[in-house]
Structure formats: structure tokens, C-alpha cells
Design a protein around this ligand. Structure first.
Ligand code: 8YV
Length: 324
């Protein structure tokens, strides 16, 4: 029997995380088939979960682990972790904020331009040898468009800063106005959509935002409107989006996230006015390395008795009050 704290790894994580933690911790790997067996054998001693967030850490799982203290989520979005249930059980949840915001800002601008300027289609045209016979057809421009950002947290603010160099009007929707920001604020998402030509979605995932971008919002965005989603697939009603793209109720969409990843519906794949990429917003050596480092530091700090470094709002570090 080892006296190192036992950590349950849910899903495949970067090797550096395991390499860094294995000296101080006993690592139990859930490979998608053996969770029940691991819990039966070690459940009473599992003190931490390290998760990539692809599989749920729900109330039922938390309740099965009486010794659980920490859930360390690889990613800023922790919609697959039931943080409210964790709080009830006195379990701290940590995520990886800030270290990925610049990358997400860069990526979102790239996806926006790729979508409006149809860069993937232009590349396919060249590779197919069609340039030898024809010019690529003239297309849409970002010029003259009004930008709307749904979700004005840390990543939304970086995107706004990046786009403020593009000489385009920017406005946003969030539950509350962000005090230090001068961009026009819309308390309603549908009103924001009606007043912009590009809607960039950076809202957090989870039940509160499920299908926030619905048929009504897409209709308000209108036939010249472009939707960019870099948040969570669940925030957009995918069936309504497929309908809107297919019947040209909106102009185009650029999507990094989908409702049932990694499955993307055939009807969406068939939309020639969508640019679809496989949840790669943070997928660089640089940023994934920073995320891994922050996760490792959270685990070490917690079990070293220093408290968590980046606890989520629902489970503030002991002694600190939750943000109101
Ligand atoms: C993923 C992300 O976590 O940070 C987030 O919320 O969506 C991404 O960085 C990444 O895909 C790891 O699975």
C-alpha cells in the first residue's frame, strides 16, 4: 500500500501531467471502461480527480468518493464538473483560467477571418488545381461589420481588445455590464444579435446557457450575419443552426465546438457556409503547456497544504468568500 495520495485521472491527459505528478501521487487511470472497478478497489482513498472534462464529474461520481478533496479540471470551462455538488461535499474544483486567454483571442480572430473570407474553401480551390483555369470568386468582407460578443469574461475581453484594432464597432451581451468597459452592453442576447453582423459566442457552458443561441437569436442575426462559436457546443441549438445555415437565414458560421463532440452531424458537414474545426482553440504546445503547468501547480499546492491556486467561483479557497 502506498501512502501517496491517490489521484483518479479521467480521460487521457498530457503525458507531462502524469510525469510530473507520479512521484508524489499514486495515479489511477480511467480508460473509459474501468471506472467502476477502480472505484470498487480504491474509492475510499481517492483524494483527487484530474480531468480533461470530456467525461462528466457529476454528483453521483462525487458522492461515491468519500475521501475526495480536489477536482482539477484541465481547461477554463468546467461545465462537465458539477461544481455545486462538489461544494456541497466540501470538494474544491480548480480550472485553468487566464493562461489560455491570449491564445483564444488569437484563435477567434483567425476563425472569424477564415469564415468570412472562406479561406478553407480558397485553399481547397488552389489544391484542386482550379486556379489554373479560374479565379477564386469574390466573397464577403469583414469591412463595415458590427461585432457582437456574447460573454464578456476574461476571454471575451481579450477578443474585444484584439478586434478593437480592426476599426469596427464592438458591443456585447453579458448578464451584468462590465464596469470598466465602454462598449455598448445589451442585457438581452437577441437584442445584441439584432444589432450586429457578427456574433462571437464566448459564454460559459452548462445548463444556464444551454441553447442560448436559438432560432430566434439566429433570425435576429439575419441573412448577412455570421456566427462564431468558440465556447461550448451546448450554447448553440445545433439543429436550429443547421436549419439557419441551410436556408441562408444566416450567412455563415465558424465553429470550434459542437454539441456532441467529437461527433459532428452530417447535416452540418454538408453546409458549405460553415468552417468547422475540431475544438482546437487552445491546442498549441505553448498554451497547453501553460494549462498543464497550472493544473500541476494546483494539485501540488492543494496537497502541499497551501490551498488551491485557481479555485472556481462555486468552491472558493477555504477562508475566502465566493464572489457575489
Ligand atoms: C479544453 C477548453 O479544455 O479551456 C477550455 O475550456 O475548452 C479547452 O482548452 C481542451 O480541449 C482540453 O480538453
Amino acid at each position: 500500500m502506498s501512502d501517496r495520495p491517490k489521484l483518479l485521472f479521467l480521460g487521457s491527459l498530457m503525458p507531462v501531467i502524469e510525469d510530473s505528478l507520479e512521484a508524489g501521487f499514486e495515479i489511477l487511470r480511467d480508460d473509459g471502461t474501468n471506472l467502476d472497478a477502480l472505484i470498487e478497489r480504491h474509492g475510499a482513498e481517492i483524494r483527487g480527480i484530474v480531468t480533461r472534462g470530456r467525461r462528466p464529474t457529476d454528483a453521483a461520481l462525487i458522492a461515491r468518493l468519500p475521501a475526495l478533496e480536489l477536482i482539477a479540471n484541465f481547461g477554463v470551462g468546467y461545465d462537465t464538473v458539477d461544481a455545486v455538488a462538489a461544494a456541497k461535499h466540501g470538494v474544491i474544483v480548480t480550472n485553468t483560467p487566464d493562461v489560455l486567454s491570449d491564445e483564444m483571442g488569437d484563435f477567434t480572430v483567425g476563425l472569424l477571418l477564415a469564415t468570412i473570407r472562406t479561406l478553407p474553401a480558397a485553399e481547397r480551390f488552389l489544391r484542386a488545381g482550379k486556379w489554373l483555369h479560374d479565379a477564386f470568386p469574390l466573397g464577403n468582407s469583414l469591412r463595415g461589420r458590427r461585432i457582437g460578443i456574447a460573454g464578456m469574461g476574461r476571454i471575451g475581453q481579450v477578443i474585444a481588445r484584439r478586434l478593437s484594432g480592426f476599426d469596427l464597432p464592438i458591443s456585447y451581451h453579458s448578464r451584468n455590464r462590465v464596469p470598466h468597459l465602454d462598449y455598448p452592453h445589451f442585457p438581452s442576447l437577441v437584442e445584441l444579435a439584432a444589432n450586429v453582423d457578427v456574433l462571437i459566442v464566448v459564454l460559459p457552458g452548462g445548463p444556464a446557457t444551454r441553447h442560448a443561441v436559438n432560432a430566434e437569436v439566429l433570425a435576429a442575426l439575419g441573412p448577412d450575419g455570421v456566427l462564431i462559436n468558440v465556447a461550448r457546443g451546448t450554447v448553440v441549438d445545433e439543429a436550429a443552426l443547421i436549419d439557419a445555415l441551410g436556408s441562408r437565414k444566416i450567412l455563415a458560421a465558424g465553429l470550434d465546438v459542437f454539441e456532441d463532440e467529437p461527433r459532428v452531424p452530417a447535416a452540418l458537414l454538408a453546409c458549405d457556409n460553415a468552417v468547422l474545426v475540431p475544438h482546437v482553440g487552445t491546442a498549441t504546445h505553448h498554451t497547453r503547456g501553460l494549462m498543464a503547468d497550472l493544473l500541476i501547480r494546483n494539485v501540488r499546492a492543494w496537497f502541499g497544504g497551501e490551498g488551491p491556486i485557481t479555485p472556481v467561483a462555486e468552491t472558493p479557497a477555504p477562508g475566502r468568500r465566493a464572489p457575489q
